[in-house]
Design a protein around this ligand. Structure first.
Ligand SMILES: *[C@@H]1O[C@H](CO)[C@@H](O)[C@H](O)[C@H]1NC(C)=O
Length: 479
């Protein structure tokens, strides 16, 4: 090869590699502009609690819409003496109780399918679900004249109940005055022979009792170790908004109540069973409801009923089958971190199964999936200082020396090829700026059911369309 051709070859190589690098740089730039959402940039001050309540501007305030507030946030009207905010460790340990009781409700039947509670003879000792502590509340009106009551909203159970006077055995302290059936002109007890009374068996996991003196139907529901409510099964008028009234709403009028309900008057059951508010309002709302959980305890979200209120930008994934009579099952197919799909065999997800639950705080994954997730997350977070674990959360960072952080976006790929990005506030769980953790946890075993928890649902409009058998996720549902 002559000197001249060598030189021109060199020139060509140099210029082409120069040109090539230019193209790469331009493509990179275009890529980042076109897909800017592989990373979240956030201020570390956003991990500090705020004392000011900011009302949601999104979400429709019209028919059937209730405001959702975090029990411990500044938007809650609960006094701080009534509801002592729990330490983060306590919240996470109660969360684990709830997960374990959900698991015990999903007993494995002999044919290998998961089913709720199994037969009556094989009732697990710990049936019912622990309420947990990361819960959200809504305020509804009960009776005539209506009495406002703040209830924990729970997609993982069915029976709605509230503490009732005269609290024959026991009532825990609640923020509002306790509902007095004798002051409501529309209240009535349900008789033991009513079909709704026998419906309690599937709604609560316990056979109803019958009062000997008045043949009034008696319900009992327990939620894990110490929480329970027992009382008269009753019906009364339920007022969601001035225009949204459900007459003859069946609920538990609790005479003996105990547990971790922290000042709330009771619970609003949004499960799939026929006694849930979703089923009881079929005529009014056609078994469609949606909610948005706010990104911070200082913001409000919404809970709304009816198809016409559902977010129009929701992407839908079908319910998976056989997850008990209360729970909403989903099919997780893959997880992405910073735009890259994790190498997890789809059978890991299909053999564990998954439910979506408004009352579980932290998303639980099969350990095989969680370890791949935390490894990928850590590998993109190497410039930050790892710190000690926080209860069930093992990937925690100390952000006290930085004002902004960049974290990879985590996305869930659901059945039907629906990719849903998790919000920044749904990715991390903070115990102060010096301990901010990846808000996912591994189950004990790959066969344990996965749970899509409420931290990861933050800011998503979540639509439950029961007749169509699907759940929708809409980004930017609330702040
Ligand atoms: C409901 O039943 C209880 C127990 O028998 C009774 O004390 C109460 O008065 C009944 N309420 C009504 C409105 O019938």
């Amino acid at each position: 090869m002559g000197g001249a051709s060598m030189k021109s070859l060199l020139m060509l190589l140099l210029s082409s590699s120069f040109f090539f690098s230019l193209v790469v740089a331009r493509n990179q730039h275009a890529l980042e502009e076109a897909i800017p959402n592989h990373y979240h940039n956030l201020q570390t001050t956003s991990f500090l609690p705020s004392s000011i309540c900011t009302l949601s501007t999104k979400g429709d305030r019209k028919r059937g819409t209730l405001e959702v507030v975090h029990k411990h946030g500044p938007c809650s009207t609960f006094s701080k003496d009534m509801v002592k905010p729990l330490a983060v460790e306590d919240i996470l340990s109660h969360d684990q109780d709830r997960v374990e009781s959900i698991r015990s409700r999903l007993t494995i039947t002999t044919d290998g399918k998961r089913d709720i509670r199994g037969s009556k003879a094989t009732l697990p000792a710990k049936s019912g679900s622990t309420i947990g502590s990361g819960n959200y509340i809504v305020t509804v009106g009960l009776g005539t004249p209506k009495k406002d009551l703040s209830l924990i909203f729970d997609t993982g159970s069915d029976l709605t109940w509230t503490q009732c006077q005269p609290c024959a055995r026991s009532c825990y302290a609640q923020q509002e005055t306790i509902f007095a059936p004798s002051s409501s002109t529309t209240y009535s007890n349900i008789s033991c022979s009513a079909s709704e009374c026998s419906g309690l068996t599937s709604a609560t996991g316990n056979k109803p009792g019958c009062s000997a003196s008045s043949s009034a139907c008696i319900y009992g529901i327990q939620y894990g170790d110490q929480s329970f409510s027992v009382g008269f099964f009753a019906k009364d008028k339920l007022t969601l908004t001035s225009k949204d009234v459900i007459n003859d709403f069946y609920f538990g009028c609790g005479q003996n109540n105990q547990g971790l309900f922290g000042g709330a008057a009771g619970l609003l059951g949004l499960g799939r069973d026929k006694l849930s508010i979703v089923s009881q309002s079929t005529r009014e709302y056609g078994k469609v409801f949606s909610y948005c959980l706010p990104s911070r305890a200082s913001y409000t979200g919404y809970l709304t009923f009816g198809k016409d209120r559902a977010a129009s930008n929701a992407k839908y994934t079908p319910f998976s089958s056989s997850k008990g009579s209360s729970f909403y099952g989903l099919e997780l197919q893959a997880i992405f971190v910073g735009g890259s799909k994790l190498a997890i065999s789809p059978t890991v997800f299909s053999s564990s199964g998954m439910i979506i639950d408004s009352g579980t705080v932290i998303t639980r994954l099969p350990p095989t999936a969680y370890s791949a997730l935390s490894k990928a997350f850590r590998s993109q977070m190497t410039k930050y200082t790892l710190t000690k674990p926080l209860s069930i959360l093992d990937t925690c960072y100390d952000f006290s020396k930085t004002t902004t952080v960049t974290i990879p976006v985590i996305s869930m790929l659901w059945g039907g090829n629906i990719k849903v990005d998790i919000a920044a506030q749904g990715t991390l769980y903070a115990n102060g700026i010096d301990q901010v953790c990846l808000a996912f946890a591994g189950n004990g075993d790959d066969s344990d059911i996965g749970i899509f928890g409420n931290v990861q649902q933050k800011t998503l409009g979540v639509v439950y369309d029961l007749p169509a058998g699907k759940v929708g996720f809409a980004p930017g549902g609330c702040a």
